[in-house]
Unconditional design. Structure first.
Lengths: 336, 239
């Protein structure tokens, strides 16, 4: 046997040893894992850190949070790589449920998107309804003297996240074709998370769509020159829901059997419990001076505050329910 | 504008206060990159020896293959590995996605081409006479190739350091197969990206400073080690 053959044998053996010891370690010596794929806005605001800490204190499970956009979170769930997903795009959620990948959806929080922009507000959108504001921004962008693409007026997430889908819907509602408007020289597509997008908007003195939580967190850390110019409108409602990944998906059985369904459901129950709901509503009052999110469970059961509940129902309910019966699996206490 | 100076001051406060989260991330990073380079060296050395010392058909193609893999973007490799380790992927049954083991394997694969290429260059730079001389002096094949490897030790060490630097500074693999989970799979680069996104710039700056310090210190250490080696040999040679 030659030297290189011996060395190669050692290498192969030690790799096998490494992988198998990793396997043994992660399957037998570590606490059960609950993998949560979440939209960036819940994570970047720090809300989930507190929920994770409280949950781990009372449950014997290791909560692992993966922060991605809504699109990727749903992809994780379809691949069986996540046990629970926290997302905010009702249209994508409906498709996801219809395809049979998830179940037991609960709407657990809401807040509002906001259009943020330079405090000087060169396009003059402050106080206008969203559609008009977008008209103003487009007009301002098209009438710029610099059409070389150096000056950007609008920054788009462009990452297939919930915020990005919302943005596309808003452009659509205002009468623009998103695909064609996004190629105009004043329109910037960044393809990254909310924090990065706000950074770019801040540096470029441009407008962008953000969820309120991310914007307030960003402003706290950055001495930003961005202001929230439009907020609290029906079109700007932002609804967060939680879904468990199904452990029995036809055609994908072996993959989904490994999903940690028990802990996923226990986490959902924890998330919609009155204490956690109160915690969600209180979060940010001290550090940012106002709530970043509002618990949605109590408003939906008591039907108040009035207009918001109707907005949630028309925006995020499917067939008049947050989770139609065919997508439920036990746990009747979740749906009184 | 961002308060750069204030951020740096706060960053140094965090570093000197010995923040647990901060140094947890540093330790994890060193561990993951270290084990990754170790694995890469184990695989890479025999392959490099074959490619440098043996003659066979298609050798140039194999060498070109490894040379061009040096520049593979880390996100591309990260994406490929995510698809492989995903539960619906070919190695999904192992359940390694979002564990440190996945990062270590990914980084080991990432740095293997660099290690191989530099080691090949180092071995080829050794005078071919050494191999011949060793053989004429009655060394066996494996003894002779060990003699060559010893001559190439400096280059081999350099390959390991370059690999370590690449592993510690890469983002794509750790982010995509590690998932940047707090306290489990977040390393310096992914943590910097998280804290920047969150607007916690002082933490991001502190991590950035530590990353630079580590890379710098390791390179200094190597230079120092070489000097010590030279002094040691000078002291030994008269005997």
């Amino acid at each position: 046997m030659q030297t290189w053959q011996k060395l190669l044998l050692v290498a192969v053996l030690s790799t096998i040893l490494f992988v198998s010891s990793a396997l043994v370690y992660f399957h037998h010596f570590v606490k059960r894992r609950l993998i949560i794929s979440t939209t960036t806005s819940l994570y970047d605001t720090g809300l989930l850190d507190i929920i994770e800490k409280n949950y781990e204190a009372s449950h014997n499970v290791d909560v692992n949070i993966i922060s991605v956009g809504t699109g990727m979170a749903i992809q994780h769930a379809q691949n069986g790589d996540a046990d629970v997903i926290l997302v905010h795009s009702p249209s994508m959620e409906q498709t996801f449920l219809e395809q049979g990948y998830g179940e037991n959806r609960k709407i657990f929080a809401y807040n509002f998107f906001t259009i943020v922009g330079p405090t000087a507000d060169p396009a003059g959108i402050s106080g206008r309804p969203v559609k008009e504001a977008l008209h103003c921004i487009v007009n301002y962008g098209r009438n710029l003297t610099d059409q070389s693409g150096q000056t950007k007026i609008w920054v788009s997430r462009s990452d297939n996240s919930g915020t990005h889908l919302k943005e596309q819907a808003l452009w659509q509602a205002a009468g623009y074709n998103y695909t064609s408007v996004s190629t105009e020289p004043w329109f910037a597509c960044v393809g990254s998370g909310m924090g990065d997008t706000l950074n770019v908007a801040n540096q470029k003195s441009a407008y962008t769509l953000s969820d309120l939580g991310s914007y307030l967190t960003f402003r706290r850390g950055n001495a930003a020159s961005l202001s929230a110019l439009i907020t609290e409108e029906q079109e700007l409602l932002n609804v967060y829901s939680v879904m468990a990944v199904r452990s029995s998906v036809s055609g994908n059985q072996s993959v989904h059997e490994q999903v940690n369904y028990e802990d996923a459901m226990s986490f959902i129950k924890y998330l919609v419990s009155p204490e956690t709901q109160q915690m969600i509503t209180d979060y940010g009052k001290e550090t940012c001076g106002q709530s970043l999110f509002f618990g949605a469970v109590q408003p939906l059961t008591t039907n108040s505050p009035h207009p918001v509940v109707d907005w949630i129902k028309s925006y995020a309910f499917f067939d008049g329910s947050e989770c139609p019966p065919q997508y439920r699996n036990g746990y009747p206490e979740l749906y009184p | 504008m961002v308060d750069i100076l204030g951020g740096i001051v706060q960053a140094f406060q965090l570093i000197f206060a010995g923040d647990v989260t901060l140094y947890g991330i540093v330790c994890r990073t060193l561990l993951f990159s270290g084990v990754a380079v170790l694995l890469a060296a184990l695989w890479g050395t025999p392959i490099a020896m074959v490619l440098a010392l043996k003659h066979f058909r298609g050798k140039a193609i194999v060498k070109t293959f490894f040379n061009s893999l040096i520049g593979i973007p880390t996100v591309v490799l990260g994406l490929i590995l995510y698809l492989v380790f995903s539960k619906s992927g070919p190695l999904g049954f192992l359940g390694l996605l979002y564990t440190p083991a996945a990062i270590i394997l990914g980084e080991a694969i990432l740095v293997t081409p660099i290690l191989i290429s530099i080691t090949i260059t180092a071995i080829e730079a050794v005078d071919p006479e050494v191999l011949l001389l060793a053989k004429t002096l009655g060394a066996s094949d494996s003894q002779a190739s060990m003699a060559v490897l010893k001559e190439a030790l400096n280059g081999f060490l350099l390959g390991n350091i370059a690999s370590f630097n690449r592993a510690i500074a890469e983002l794509g693999v750790a982010l995509l197969v590690g998932g940047n989970i707090v306290g489990l799979t977040d390393v310096l680069t992914t943590a910097i990206s998280r804290y920047t996104q969150r607007g916690e710039l002082d933490f991001a700056i502190a991590l950035g400073i530590l990353l630079l310090v580590i890379v710098f210190a390791i390179n200094l250490l190597i230079i120092a080690a070489r000097k010590v080696k030279i002094i040691f040999e000078l002291w030994r040679s008269p005997q």
